[in-house]
Ligand binder design. Structure first.
Ligand code: SAH
Length: 412
């Protein structure tokens, strides 16, 4: 990946944007971080809420079912997940809602996933089979090849299809969209105030070290600063404008959000976006994580996850400016969201039927989802490493829904 990036920079005859760097590092088809392996879990690079506890996907299932009631209980619903990772959230959602057949049998699952390796894992997690019963169907030329759109999940017997892009998911059907830790992986541009005005942070080959890459600042405004920074600054408060020295802008997040608004505004339905971030301009949040440790953003490209805080304020403005029949609510904290959906009652009922060991794991998972800061019962450094800080207030939930329904559950 490092070689490829340096070749790209030389070929271009100059530095690339941070957004281009992030996109190459995460989703380059040959060596992108997500593309060829399972990066999640204790043995991977990072752990996310669905893998911490089954209760996360179950609560998102409860939220989806409540929204379906607000939607007027349509007979057919596309449930779309953006960036499903291992597929754990969707599996827990389908399992948790399977017995409510009125709802569960209306669903067609659409997974938007760019990584072939993760698509395979999602197929397994959702216990998918081809409708004909065969694992893989031969193509016309007689060679085995994946057929992407005739699978069903044995968890609840509903169809599952994969897409590279939200645009590829069929329109015209009421839709529930879920994006958990998807937005933080979308490429951002970084801008910096300098004596020359606002400049863009770029990635160049390091002169002194033939192995490495370095950050440089553009000599003046760039195409991205003229387009995206200008747009973002229009929404900034006077105080933000006066104080801010660094700004991150994520054009893809804005585009996806505008597309979501159009879809739920036009076809009916709603979207739930859960991620870490704040409801204000994001300054300088891009980070790299490798094997659960922070590393420098330009170190080990392709082997470390890159992610940035989500600018929820920008997403809200995008929906409001689009004026396409969609309303936006939130962000609220993950702990408020899961609390409103009754996660504590779910915990109680799971603990009742659990062994002591399982109960301890459930309570720990519960705390990691809704707790805040370091776990209060820990005293040794060892335990602090074993139990990372709670995600209850760092993670936020934002919803975009058809404006006929009013606020969905948790956001009233
Ligand atoms: N939602 C999961 C995974 C989050 S990681 C969880 O919470 O565990 C980000 C996911 O988005 C991965 O599945 C990654 O492959 C996918 N992804 C990242 N960029 C993408 C893009 N541009 N298009 C489609 N999928 C993308």
């Amino acid at each position: 990946m490092a070689k490829h990036l340096k070749a790209l920079i030389r070929f271009r005859g100059g530095p690339i944007t941070v957004a281009e760097y992030m996109e190459e590092v995460l989703t380059n088809p040959n060596a992108g971080f997500y593309m060829n392996r399972d990066v999640f879990g204790t043995h991977g690079d990072f752990v996310t809420s669905p893998d911490i506890s089954q209760m996360f996907g179950e609560m998102v299932g409860v939220w989806s079912m409540c929204l379906w009631h607000q939607m007027g209980q349509p007979e057919a619903v596309n449930i779309i997940e953006l960036g499903p990772g291992r597929g754990t959230l969707m599996a827990d959602l389908l399992r948790g809602t399977a017995k409510f057949k009125d709802f569960s049998q209306t669903l067609s699952v659409h997974l938007v996933e760019c990584s072939p390796a993760l698509r395979k894992i999602q197929h397994e997690t959702l216990k998918c089979v081809y409708k004909g019963g065969a694992e893989e169907k031969p193509t016309a030329d007689g060679q085995n090849s994946e057929v992407v759109d005739d699978r069903i999940s044995q968890i609840s017997g509903v169809p599952v299809a994969w897409h590279f892009d939200l645009d590829q998911v069929p329109r015209g059907v009421p839709t529930i969209i879920i994006a958990h830790e998807f937005y933080d992986a979308l490429p951002i541009h970084q801008f910096q105030k300098s004596p020359r005005g606002w400049c863009e942070k770029l990635v160049d080959v390091a002169e002194d070290d033939c192995q490495g890459l370095r950050f440089v600042l553009s000599p003046g405004p760039t195409a991205a600063s003229k387009l995206f920074l200008t747009r973002r600054m229009k929404w900034a408060s006077l105080q933000e404008k006066a104080e801010i020295e660094h700004v991150e802008v994520c054009p893809q997040a804005m585009k996806v959000t505008a597309d979501i608004a159009k879809r739920v505004g036009g076809d009916g339905g709603g979207a739930l976006i859960v991620d870490y971030g704040d409801s204000k301009i994001v300054s300088d949040s891009l980070q790299a994580i490798k094997k659960h440790e922070f590393v420098h953003v330009l170190d080990s490209p392709g082997n470390a996850d890159l992610s940035a805080y989500v600018d929820f304020a920008a997403l809200k403005h995008v929906v409001e400016d689009a004026a396409v029949g969609a309303a936006v609510y939130g962000p609220i904290t993950q702990s408020q969201f899961l609390g409103a959906l009754g996660i504590n009652f779910r915990l109680e009922s799971l603990v009742q039927n659990a062994t002591d060991e399982q109960a301890e794991a459930l309570q720990l998972g519960y705390w990691r989802l809704v707790g805040d800061g370091p776990a209060p019962w820990l005293d040794s450094d060892d335990d602090v490493n074993r139990v990372p800080p709670g995600m209850g207030s760092r993670y936020k939930a934002l919803v975009v829904v058809n404006d006929k329904y009013g606020a969905p559950v948790g956001f009233q």
